[in-house]
Design a protein around this ligand. Structure first.
Ligand SMILES: C[S@@+](CC[C@H](N)C(=O)[O-])C[C@H]1O[C@@H](n2cnc3c(N)ncnc32)[C@H](O)[C@@H]1O
Length: 261
């Protein structure tokens, strides 16, 4: 059970990540530009997962991409997704990267720090393996506790604002902590919000229907009955139909530059 997931849960999680990769492209791409990905020579993608984001990185650079994850299942999936691309895949721990000091131009991660048991150590390791003057990038780290959602459902909002993620071992407030991790690693740090827009009702509906299984399982795991979930779902979809639904979910990014002396 990688990261506490059964094979079925892993499959659902991978589907959710594939969807997120598509939905967050317009937020990640400007960060790639800002970090100078196109002209970097050696790039490391830390916690690459099923490979969709790695593929995106490879398509945005002329350099050589390396990607690492500690889940062999994720690496197996990434192999298929990255077929035909010049990406070197590694199985290993982000908290103890199996690379020498100062060999990469950019070390990136996406949606990884929230799952790491010691996120500071991951940022320290990413800093260690980049060259002096090189970049450490967290392209998206969400802040579930910073969500604004209308119409309100106090019980269910609390689950999506942190409880469901905490149960899985994730940090629902990782976004707001990025500056602390990057500054403590000694990086010259810029932190920003990646969100380009507030989601519209139509986008929310499409996203919900694709990831419905994931939401249902999060609510079931939080102890809600089928009737309670059905009632919430019906109210949620009605608010979308009525065009009054509102959702803002902050996604933070950080770009750190390693000092040259
Ligand atoms: C939410 S997924 C994100 C995957 C990918 N970066 C993306 O955005 O689609 C988090 C990934 O980080 C990996 N991960 C978590 N902790 C790790 C660690 N200590 N070392 C290596 N990989 C880790 C997990 O196995 C998982 O594949």
């Amino acid at each position: 059970m990688p990261h506490g997931r059964s094979q079925q849960e892993l499959h659902t999680f991978i589907k959710k990540l594939e969807q997120q990769t598509l939905e967050t492209a317009e937020e990640r791409h400007p960060i790639y530009m800002k970090a100078g990905l196109k002209n970097a020579t050696y790039i490391l993608d830390v916690g690459c997962g099923p490979g969709g984001v790695t593929k995106d990185i490879a398509n945005h650079t002329n350099g050589q991409v390396f990607a690492i994850d500690d889940s062999p299942d994720m690496i197996e999936n990434a192999k298929k997704v990255l077929q035909g691309l010049d990406v070197e895949l590694w199985i290993g721990d982000a908290q103890q990267l199996p690379f020498k000091n100062e060999i990469f131009d950019i070390a990136m991660c996406n949606l990884v720090l929230m799952w790491a048991s010691n996120p500071q150590q991951v940022v320290n390791e990413m800093t260690r393996v980049v060259k002096k003057g090189g970049k450490v990038v967290a392209s998206l780290e969400p802040d579930f506790g910073g969500k604004i959602h209308w119409s309100e459902n106090k019980k269910i909002d609390r689950i999506f604002a942190g409880k469901a993620i905490q149960k899985r071992g994730g940090d629902p407030h990782i976004g707001r902590k990025l500056r602390k991790f990057f500054v403590k690693a000694g990086l010259k740090t810029h932190v920003g919000l990646g969100n380009q827009r507030i989601w519209s009702c139509e986008e929310d509906k499409a996203s919900y229907l694709i990831s419905k299984k994931f939401y249902w399982s999060a609510l079931q795991n939080s102890g809600l009955s089928t009737d309670e979930i059905k009632k919430w779902e019906s109210e949620f979809l009605t608010s979308i139909e009525d065009n009054v639904q509102f959702d803002f979910f902050p996604q933070f990014y950080a770009i750190g530059q390693k000092k040259t002396n």
